[in-house]
Write a protein that binds this ligand. Structure first.
Ligand code: ASP
Length: 452
């Protein structure tokens, strides 16, 4: 690895950060302002306004039309003019026309969806590399997949290190790589985050900066809590809990590569580069600077759950009761979320989607397996997670959460606290969900002056 690469930062820019020439200028200013920002991973140009279409979506459209044997030239023309407009505005001679002609040719020959979608990042990488004056590295040469589309980590690390060894800086497009025969394979949507994480790990970056259009991860969903506070520091573990419960921050698979190498992630806002954003760190136990300032770190949740409620007198004395119930779900290929129980009752909380179409079979199989006194399904449940490493060392957190809910007259259907004491999960009716988020937010953050 070149010497400059050590202590470098890998910077990934999302689609909205590169949606037009004005955004490209901001990106360049961000890179120029810190010489450590050397390895740049761009997404394809995203939306410029809410009704706009992402280049990636236009490319998927072209592929679909081509596969149907329909004409896709109109959409391809729109793609061409998006890139040309950005290049012209930046005073660059970059012209995507030849590349797009080749892409059109391949689409007519039956090119895959992955190939089509990847071209958005590919072209944007070429454009950004010419604008920054950084060498271009095709992700197809360094991100390796197996035949069935699984990322090959050691091979990818080796290829990246080899190619980047003599490059103190580079632009590497996000989202795609190649399979064993050179065929283009993409990650799932939003996958440029993963490429950024892989590059950061390969160059042993001091930091992985992920630039987007918000000033970090918010304590609660801004559609529910207006002006929700930004989380200044969060651990990988907490982020995983929040993401699982619906907070959309980074692609889920983007955390693992840097986490394994202990590289922190900094979520930053291209439109407000002076904001410090959110720092995602391995663990804060030794470092008091990384405390959040609030007892809780974040609140997230999801609707669309149901509960299978089972009741049977003397259930507690019956050996293997739970196992038999769970075997039924396993046989049906249904995974569960939570399993709160009483002495003679047990409930299983699971996603509505997981059991859809199988309700009758599941109920009758459970009845056969354990002969319960009653067994039914309750629909319309939401789960809310209050996540915070601060809960381990603070007493009374649960009391405050439930006091907030009680004041709002919200009925709690289920409570689950993980053994790590990192989160408390609360089940309630879907209609109560938003109010519950607001009340808990207010208890811990909105009224932070009382939260000392
Ligand atoms: N451009 C791709 C998408 O829209 C990948 C990404 O932006 O990360 O999903």
């Amino acid at each position: 690895m070149s010497e400059l690469a050590m202590n470098s930062k890998t910077v990934k820019f999302g689609g909205s950060s590169l949606a037009d020439a004005g955004q490209f200028r901001k990106v360049k200013a961000i890179i120029d302002s810190d010489p450590a920002r050397r390895y740049v991973v761009p997404s394809a140009p995203g939306k410029r306004f809410s009704a706009d279409t992402k280049i990636t979506d236009m490319l998927y459209t072209c592929q679909r039309l081509a596969a149907e044997g329909s004409d896709f030239s109109e959409t391809l023309e729109k793609i061409r003019s998006r890139y040309l407009e950005i290049a012209k505005d930046l005073g660059l001679s970059f012209d995507p026309s030849d590349e797009l002609d080749r892409i059109a040719f391949r689409l007519k020959e039956g090119a895959t969806k992955d190939f089509a979608a990847s071209r958005g990042e590919y072209l944007n990488g070429l454009l950004l590399s010419s604008y920054l004056g950084f060498p271009f590295v095709d992700a197809a040469d360094v991100v390796r997949f197996s035949e069935n589309g699984t990322l090959l980590m050691p091979e990818t690390m080796m290829a990246m290190r080899e190619v980047l060894a003599d490059k103190p800086c580079a632009v590497i497009p996000g989202f795609y790589g190649a399979g064993p025969n050179g065929e283009i394979i993409t990650f799932s949507r939003g996958g440029s985050d993963i490429t950024g994480s892989l590059v950061a790990r390969a160059v042993r970056a001091a930091m992985y900066e992920n630039w987007t259009d918000v000033s970090g991860v918010l304590v609660a969903d801004p559609r529910i809590v207006q002006n929700a506070a930004v989380i200044n520091t969060i651990t990988y573990e907490e982020l995983r809990e929040l993401s699982y419960m619906g907070a959309t921050v980074l692609h889920e698979d983007a955390i693992f590569p840097v986490r394994a190498a202990g590289i922190p992630i900094n979520i930053r806002n291209t439109n407000a580069p002076e904001d410090p954003g959110t720092l995602i760190v391995p663990d804060d136990s030794a470092d008091s600077d990384t405390q959040t300032g609030y007892t809780i770190t974040g609140i997230a949740g999801k609707k669309g759950f149901c509960a299978i409620n089972i009741q049977k007198a003397m259930m507690n004395a019956e050996l293997g009761f739970c196992r038999r119930v769970l075997s039924v779900l396993e046989e049906e290929g249904i995974s569960i979320e939570h399993m709160p129980s009483g002495i003679d009752t047990m409930s299983i909380i699971l996603a509505e989607d997981a059991i859809k179409g199988k309700e009758k079979t599941v109920l009758s199989k459970i009845k056969k397996a354990v002969s319960p006194d009653s067994c039914d399904i309750e629909h319309g449940i939401s789960l809310l997670a209050v996540v915070g490493r601060g809960m381990r060392r603070t007493r009374g957190t649960a009391a405050r959460i439930f006091a907030a809910l009680a004041h709002a007259r919200i009925n709690v259907k289920m409570i689950d606290q993980g053994s790590s004491e990192l989160n408390i999960i609360i089940g309630m009716l879907e209609g109560d969900f938003e109010e519950a988020v607001r009340r808990i937010y207010d208890m811990f953050v909105g009224s932070v002056e009382h939260d000392a």
